[in-house]
Write a protein that binds this ligand. Sequence first.
Ligand code: ADP
Length: 526
Amino acid sequence: MPRPHPSADNLYQLLMAPADAGPDRPAVVEADENGVLHEISYRRLDALVKQYAAVLDGLGLDVGDPVVVEADTCAAAVAMLLACSLLGLPFVTVSPHTPDTRLATIIDQVTPALHARANDLPARELDRHAEGSAVFDLGGLVIERAPAPRVRRRREVLSTDTAYIVFTSGSTGRPKGVVMSHRAIVTFLRAMLADQLAGPADRVASTSPLQFDFALFGIGVALSAGAALVPVRREDLGSPRRMTAFLRDAKATQVHGVPSLWRPVLRHDPDLLLELTHLRSVVFAGEEFPLPELRRLQEMLPAVRLVNGYGATESMAASFTDVPNPLPADQERLSIGRAHAGAEMTLVDADGRIVTEPGGSGEIYLRSPALFTGYWNDPEATAKVLVPDPVEPRHGTKVLRTGDLARLDETGELCFIGRADFQVQIRGNRVELGEIEGTLTRLPGVTAAAATVVPRGGDQILMAAVTLTAAAAAADFDASAALAFVGKQLPSYMVPRSVRVLPELPLTQNGKVDREALTRRLTAPR
Ligand code: ADP
């Protein structure tokens, strides 16, 4: 069986190290289809990994042959990812809710040797198939259709081999296959250990779909620390009551999720949050947390540490910053602090100069030992974002050009401004959509806001949408007063043409605001 050299960084070795120290401790705490909680120990998880690996090995796949893993986050899925890691088979995660067309595109791009799905999922009728197919559950891995055996060129898995390929959701452009090596992901997770994001006593609830690297983050942070991973089932996320009851019963101490995870419970039944007596920290990431909602979450969970995780799939994440407690009333933007252990963020202004003065702003360049390898089979797109270090371009090391804008504050921390591509030109003026959104959320009763630009008659016009608290929604929303308020705070070219109240903002599969869907919604005839 191909194996990583004991000294080589490998995701399996890092995540299963706690199996030696505390084999009977829970690695995963999960609910079965009846909602009954089960603990899967590190020993049992490791045995499952070895069982799957033996079956995979029997297929004669070569190091580097990609395997699509389709599942919700669960113990069996984790074992599958780790079995792939052990054998040097890059895993490509998709969730059961990934649309067929998107999965077919992914299969087309990576030509996987095998498509392994959780046993309770139906086989898909796709235009494009992986060569082989298999199903897995806690009982084992069963091959349905074996791929043709490969010529095995090598038996040893190296640190530079690909651990996984995650396709971004496209909230930052067209979907791209982000390739992470074992070295990069292991280095990243070691930095999380150094920063003590989680410890062995934690029970880390993960809420993102498996195709989003936020789910891999949860698995990695929990298992590398010897903590328990607590996957929250998708059906439990749909209802505030079910979600909080699950988190309470599973004794979750840390919850990972996008900001929109908290929106339904904050809106419909915030008192349910009081039941989360084991909760110590909430890590949110993926987009800005609208401040009115974040304040409300902090009010309901005053003893809980709220952590703003910033970063992109291309480096798993860049920084983790505690939200001040309490959040000052006049604070308008959240700090994204400083990069995690071993990494640095540098700001570069529009003229290519390094920003060192407080108050200055620019694009974030991330210098990190945990950067992705490249976009799968796309050297051109890779070269656009893996660029020479602006601080010292001559030494040849590449850094990540993030496409995100930030401002340097007095203490040397960074404040997120928005994406460079959300910076639009309105009648020749540079406009940050985030600034308009931030202003709208300062209106009483507004919980979240999103702005977009729409081409009209050769011009670009701004349109906005807001969501409201239940009380504000019951009263009549005065759109012209809202726009007048924006007009008092911002220059006239930044005032949207219209602002519409929506029951909720449209979300992508990963739970981030879906700006394309929002634009379609705002421009559709009513
Ligand atoms: P996609 O959304 O296409 O799946 P990513 O998840 O990698 O791709 O998105 C990364 C982007 O999300 C970052 O470049 C940044 O613009 C945004 N983002 C991530 N975390 C935060 C945060 N804490 N605050 C603000 N923006 C964030």
